[in-house]
Design a protein around this ligand. Sequence first.
Ligand code: B12
Ligand code: SF4
Length: 470
Amino acid sequence: MIAPRKRMAIIASYLPGETYGLLGPQVAATIIQENTGYECVVIALTREDDKGLLKKALADYLTIGMPIIGFSTLSGRDDLFSLARELKHEGAITILAGPQADVDYLGEVDWQFHPHRFSGLSSHFSFALHGPAEQIIPFLNDPKGKTWRESPGIHSLDQDARIAQNTKKAWESDFLRKVIWNNLFRVREGSLEPLHITMGQVLQHIGCPHATRSRRVEIDYPASLGGGDGKRVSLSLKGCSFCDVAVDKGFQGSLDMETVLAQIQGLPDRADGRKITFELINENALPGLPTLLREVKMRGFQLSQVNLTLRADWFVLGEKHLREALLLARDMGIRIFLGSMGFESFDDRILSNLNKGADLQTNLRAIGLMRRIKEEFPLEWGYTRDEGANHGFIHPTPWDSEETEMNNKEVISLYALDKDILPEHSIPLIIHHASALGDWIRVIEKREEIQFKRDVSIIAWWQIGDHIII
Ligand code: B12
Ligand code: SF4
């Protein structure tokens, strides 16, 4: 008789009513399933989900051996951090993995000397794993042994309760070719129910090329602390000042064409036999898109829609490639959809503080191009809010002043951005403790002898002590 496989689950944050895939956790579950003796599922958990029912579903699923539960892309959710701690206290091995796992496990810089800073999640998880998923294999092959603690990517507490950090290994394309897409589940009435995915992801760029651009920048103080009067902090950084991807992954390069095509081939089919819509993860996708589409056509893969998340500057530079890709899309009967462009602001001062690397004129050129292309390719091209796009607009920010508010409003009205571009809701500036803006805020705290409040891993730039400043 064949012994039943051991089992492991990965819990990830999810939004209610959605049907998108979770590439990172799902590829991690695939790597585990293909390279260890474990079967592995991903459980998508919304804030509203009942944690008692989740525990019942976990108990029913994890029936053999010690329960091992990974956590990934938790989006700073306190309810999930508490859940991990509870499960650990109840006897499970809980692992923090995925983007930002290292810095969230370790806590904020020098928190030991600054009690108001985020002290990290080392007491919530048995250990953390930062970087590619295959680094978990030595642990799963011998969880009770000691040698896995020496493996790359592992962050764990030693006997003296000090955190030992092992450097992560490089990303390898061989592990990124295959994704099992039917391993994502929701919890319904205490049982695991498969989630029918209608939008997947295909990885082409690991991280973002903007994060290779090292710069020394001057970032204004918050407007409420004299930012308008020339008070600034000088910082050395890479990528956008608010971006945790830039810090987490930097830019680890592009995957080769065969790996990308293998991922496309492995996407689930829709009822009409075409592949489900997928997001191509590549902030500068246009230069390579025509070649990718030609290869897809040559191999006879039937696509439906390719979603893009792009930067305005590279979009404008890629006009020629976009037209070429759209002619191919017309021929193949598919759509190219610009699901998100990171405009972030329509005020140059704020764009400069965000170190976006693009200014208002670039944003406006991008909008002009998006609209012109729609007239030429009405069926093959989409970019509007009504078609489902959600373009980046960060507001409020610490630098908002009467002048920046007026500039934003003027551009929005002059270029009728509320017609097609503006999202339904702007997103307030979020400062993750390990982003470049985390360094900015810590310099201001020291100079001004003030303390901004922490909301777990996020720095509340709008609150000094108990005092709301905006
Ligand atoms: C594509 C994408 C999306 C897509 C798809 C969702 C998804 N997660 O796949 C969409 C557009 C739907 C989306 C939405 C959101 N996203 Co998003 N998204 C990304 C993006 C750009 C790529 C993710 C990806 O697939 N990367 C490629 C994979 C292969 O890499 P990976 O995720 O790092 O996974 C590898 C390893 O980390 C590891 N790993 C991952 N999980 C696990 C688990 C275990 C147990 C192990 C051992 C290993 C392991 O294995 C993988 C293979 O080696 C990332 C940024 C980035 N570049 O990573 C943000 C990112 C994942 N998103 C983020 C956020 C915050 C969101 C939103 C909440 C935004 C919002 N406010 O609405 C929503 C909701 C997300 C959700 N969980 O439901 C954050 C997550 C932060 C965090 N640490 O929790 C990220 C990191 C961006 C950021 N701000 O830094 N997103
Ligand atoms: S916000 Fe986008 S463009 Fe900026 S560094 Fe991050 S991933 Fe790159």
